[in-house]
Design a protein around this ligand. Structure first.
Ligand SMILES: NC(=O)c1ccc[n+]([C@@H]2O[C@H](COP(=O)([O-])OP(=O)(O)OC[C@H]3O[C@@H](n4cnc5c(N)ncnc54)[C@H](OP(=O)(O)O)[C@@H]3O)[C@@H](O)[C@H]2O)c1
Length: 329
């Protein structure tokens, strides 16, 4: 009998999550039936969407949603042999019984010298988000100037590097001097700490006096209000995330951007990376190629121990991570 540990959402978050919103439970897993496998978590992802989705996708008492890299440790399913690794959306659990549906085997050609945690970051969902936002939504062209916020994070750090690969000027905004130094090391042309600049308008203008062709928005809120003013005519905006409002208990209202959008004829499109799921295998290979060529560099912010999942999640929401926030079991 295998005992699994699972983190439960005991109470819907009200404002910023608190320790008391989570509870660690132990459950005994049943014997495997035909076609089932037993998974053991190796790396678990903590992501901003968990905060946003908890409100409408989860009930109190549910296991926290999330993706992990897991090892198959028992198998009654010939498609998943013991010892193989999969990316699994089974939530914050140490062990899971799965019938194989929804399990995605880690890329067959995964190099031995690349940590599997990357399958939750640059060569996983956040990397795909960056790629699709740039190629499918923004249609980024060589010579464009691109602005990205949360630039030192999982998605933002990949966005800036892909834009450099494509021959663009890249400006990044991040929440600490260490993050600014990190994105400059990655090759961003300009970067600033939005918490200390004083005037966001001036910082944006100084970084690109001619304005921005493209804006990859991870943050929303007042940052976006300021950024839209700095767009060039016919600027394109990819609305990827809105982390500045995920913890709000009362929805923010205004200022409304419509006059700016009309005057500058701005095109703005929200997106979810899953729209291009049919392209994932090919896209992951492209990301891995850039990674192996040294064109895509990554940093991971590890928290050790499954018992620290809530702390890792809240730390990420507070901006403690440089690069992808991951929990190593
Ligand atoms: N549309 C999609 O399919 C999709 C997929 C994945 C992610 N996303 C979105 O993309 C964004 C980035 O996700 P990620 O996984 O790459 O996370 P991340 O950037 O690695 O981590 C979150 C970062 O957000 C910043 N942040 C937190 N609170 C903030 C606030 N109040 N104002 C401004 N910045 C704040 C912090 O960086 P600073 O220190 O720089 O503030 C923090 O490190 C999120 O909005 C997420 O929801 C969307």
């Amino acid at each position: 009998m295998v005992r699994a540990q699972a983190w439960i959402l005991t109470k819907h978050f009200h404002g910023f999550p608190q320790d008391s919103d989570f509870e660690l439970k132990v459950e005994e897993l049943p014997e495997l039936k035909h076609g089932e496998v037993l998974l053991e978590a190796v790396f678990l992802s903590v992501d901003p969407y968990m905060r946003a989705y908890s409100t409408w996708r989860m009930k109190q008492g549910d296991v926290m949603i999330g993706t992990q890299v897991a090892k198959v440790i028992q198998s009654n399913n010939p498609s998943f042999t013991v010892g193989t690794h999969v990316v699994a959306r089974c939530g914050w659990r140490t062990h899971t019984v799965s019938d194989g549906t929804d399990l995605v085997p880690v890329m067959a050609e995964w190099p031995q010298d690349v940590l599997l945690s990357q399958a939750l970051g640059a060569i996983g969902m956040p990397g795909l988000t960056a790629l699709y936002g740039i190629e499918e939504v923004l249609g980024l062209q060589e010579g464009d100037t691109l602005l990205v916020n949360a630039a030192a994070g999982a998605v933002g750090s990949v966005v800036g590097q892909i834009a450099k690969i494509k021959g663009c000027k890249v400006v990044g905004s991040a929440g600490s001097d260490a993050k600014v130094a990190f994105v400059k090391e990655l090759g961003f042309d300009e970067a600033f700490n939005y918490k200390t600049v004083g005037s966001l308008e001036e910082a944006l203008r100084k970084a690109s006096p001619d304005g921005y062709d493209c804006y990859f928005d991870n943050v929303g809120g007042p940052f976006t209000t300021a950024a839209l003013q700095q767009m060039k005519n016919f600027g394109r905006v990819a609305v990827c995330g809105s982390i500045s409002i995920y913890n709000d208990s009362t929805p923010q209202t205004g200022p409304y951007p419509y006059l700016t959008m009309i005057q500058k004829q701005i095109k703005m499109e929200g997106f979810l990376q899953g729209r291009w799921q049919h392209k994932h295998p090919e896209s992951l290979k492209r990301l891995m190629t850039w990674f192996k060529e040294g064109k895509l560099r990554t940093r991971e912010h590890f928290t050790k121990g499954f018992e620290n999942m809530p702390a890792a999640f809240m730390g990420m929401l507070r901006g403690e991570n440089i690069g992808k926030a991951v929990v190593a079991v």
